[in-house]
Unconditional design. Structure first.
Lengths: 416, 416
């Protein structure tokens, strides 16, 4: 099949030709399509059964226009492939916590998946102080399962190395490597920051210890192929409601350090915490929601740590360290101690990568909407200054962290 | 071209058909071939010009017989491809320190390369206490250049990630992962050790701290894709004479931790040091040669560290940390401090991987000839016991090492 760009008319015919969707819609259904993408890189359509709007799908297609400008087109196509592969693996590892993939077609660069009709992007309701009581449990399961099942603890060495070949993803990775770990901390024209925190930004860019710590973080991000990570797991990549949570948009996925994904989730929640100095003038309301966020952060880490440990104990299938290795007098305790140290290392790496991401959002190419939507520059500066302080301390004090409480103590100290 | 197995007759015709060798032999030369391989996995032929024996090449061909037994044949073919790729890259990075590749033919699974007529495998003359005054300089250049030029410090992120696709090498890597880092320390039928050191072997297998340290070392070996490493750089993979040094047989090559290659070299030299308790009964002779080995080990590390640092300063071309990142008041010192810590980390990782390799040679599937050729079990036990003690301490005391002298102090203490 040759590629052609879909539109709201042809997409309804197209989906009927896909074998994987044969039974999805009733044979005589009238399908209606809406285009909802932002048109930057992909078309995104909702295709719905006119008689039953819950009977619907999302169709994502790489944009064809980029063919004209040449080199970018393969990148855009590959992006859809990376997203599909990661969605499938994540759904397999953590069922029901990402949209289900129904179909992928390489020739047409289409990904067809579950339509999340009842969910909203997390970032926005959090600015409105909405609470999601099941979120900590859901996201800690997503993290524990996707990271464990794609690591050497579960996959055999040969499985993992062959599977890694599918995730070279060299172009999107370069974006993250440069825009998270290098460019924000040096003179680079795309950088953008609030002039009211210029002193704090300048101090970061001239702090030798911090620069060395960030360079080390970049080295780890670039070279430590621990597990298939989402690699862009901010609250704009989470769709949810009170009952259900889904992680979307994993096109940056590659084999990297586990702490990066965990750090992204925790750091985005804390950025939201800080944003309420701008969004929520009422002190009692603000403090109540901020307390909820810190409880959520603690519950995510502690939930992750417990679930990851249990998965490991119960599914020690990979080549990393076979059960037999621990068969000696005291071996059970040694295995427990090894797991404890492994997870403590993940905590500290969560601090390192999360800490770097605090900084990059304050002085790099792009902030987060939670913060950037605070119109009053002075109020925004309060949040930004705290974010810079917390990020710097997470990076510099990582070796002293033994529990999530140590990391949260810094959040409290810098906002107290 | 369909595959056919070469023999001493057909190989002389075959090499004349290879375009890359067009000008290598005179047109009217009479070529003579000898088969010199051990016949396990490959044919190895020397093909020589009968009128000028210095005009000669080595032809390596994957064995065809394995076709019969099925699955192993692709492995054997891939092995020749990995060896060729690594030899080419290593020669490019460190010219003249490995055999030059003349030709590779995928269909025929042949690798044709420089014939090292004047060199011997390092392990054997070292048992005879032969000295190689230029070796430390040569091998430290090989290590510094091959590791630096294939790391993120020199390659761009995209170059490195695309190039890594050529080195999945999942089957040979599994051999190293299991036989270096896991199997020797647990009940595994292929393990083999001197009954006279059974107590020391048992102690290692039951030492919780040591087992945790080795599990950590395996994790690093498996996941840290720092540079293209040789991954089997013992003194059996080095051919040399007083003037010239070449590193051969890199079929295990993959992107792994730099410390593994450095550790392999240093640890093999020290195993030879220990072997002289068996091979060299004369105390003065033994001590003189042992002193030479320790000087060589120190010179290799110090040479590596200085050369790596200089390469980095002068060729900071990769995406790791661009020069601009260090452009601030005190930035030059910060960059120097970052390099210092990076190289100190390499020293400690050299201790970790080298330490593990001491242990695996004493209690795993295969020893080294230096040690195994000591016929007197009691004398061999002296060397083996020291090797186990040194390896254990390199693993357990790594955080205290600030220079190669700290590692060598342990060698002296355990043999004093």
């Amino acid at each position: 099949m040759d590629y052609y760009p879909l539109d709201t008319t042809t997409v309804t015919e197209y989906v009927k030709t896909r074998p994987a969707l044969k039974d999805f819609f009733p044979e005589d259904a009238t399908l209606v399509a809406r285009e909802v993408g932002d048109g930057n890189l992909n078309f995104v359509f909702f295709v719905e059964n006119a008689d039953d709007l819950t009977n619907s799908i999302v169709v994502k297609q790489a944009l064809p226009y980029l063919r004209v400008i040449g080199e970018s087109w393969p990148l855009t196509q590959e992006r859809v492939r990376y997203e599909t592969q990661a969605l499938r693996k994540q759904y397999e590892a953590a069922p029901g916590l990402s949209p289900k993939v129904y179909d992928y077609n390489d020739e047409m660069s289409t990904l067809i998946m579950e339509h999340l009709r009842e969910h909203e992007i997390m970032r926005f309701p959090m600015v409105a102080r909405k609470r999601f009581p099941k979120f900590a449990d859901h996201i800690s399961t997503f993290l524990a399962n996707t990271l464990f099942y794609t690591s050497d603890l579960y996959m055999t060495g040969e499985e993992k190395k062959k599977y890694m070949e599918l995730f070279t993803n060299e172009e999107l990775r370069k974006l993250q490597e440069d825009f998270v770990y290098t460019n924000p901390y040096m003179d680079s024209e795309e950088n953008n920051w609030n002039p009211l925190v210029d002193d704090a930004v300048t101090a970061v860019r001239q702090n030798a210890e911090l620069k060395i710590a960030i360079a080390e973080a970049k080295r780890a991000y670039t070279t430590h192929a621990e597990a298939l990570i989402h690699a862009d797991l901010h609250t704009g990549s989470i769709m949810l409601n009170e009952e259900d949570t889904r992680v979307i948009d994993p096109e940056f996925a590659f084999f990297g350090p586990m702490g990066y994904d965990i750090g992204a989730v925790l750091q985005n929640l804390i950025l939201n915490y800080l944003s309420h100095y701008g969004h929520t003038p009422d002190k009692a309301e603000r403090e109540s929601y901020q307390a909820y966020i810190l409880e959520t952060v603690a519950a995510i880490w502690n939930g992750f740590a417990a679930k990851f440990d249990t998965l490991w104990k119960e599914n020690n299938r990979g080549d990393a360290v076979p059960a037999k290795y621990w068969e000696f007098e005291g071996g059970e305790e040694a295995f427990a101690e090894y797991r404890r140290r492994y997870i403590l290392r993940l905590l500290r790496e969560t601090a390192v990568h999360g800490g770097t991401k605090f900084l990059r959002r304050m002085m790099g190419i792009v902030s987060v909407w939670d913060i950037s939507s605070i119109e009053d520059e002075e109020k925004r500066a309060v949040a930004e200054r705290a974010a810079i302080a917390i990020g710097s301390r997470w990076l510099l004090e990582k070796e002293s962290f033994n529990s999530i409480d140590d990391m949260l103590a810094i959040v409290k100290e810098e906002t107290g």
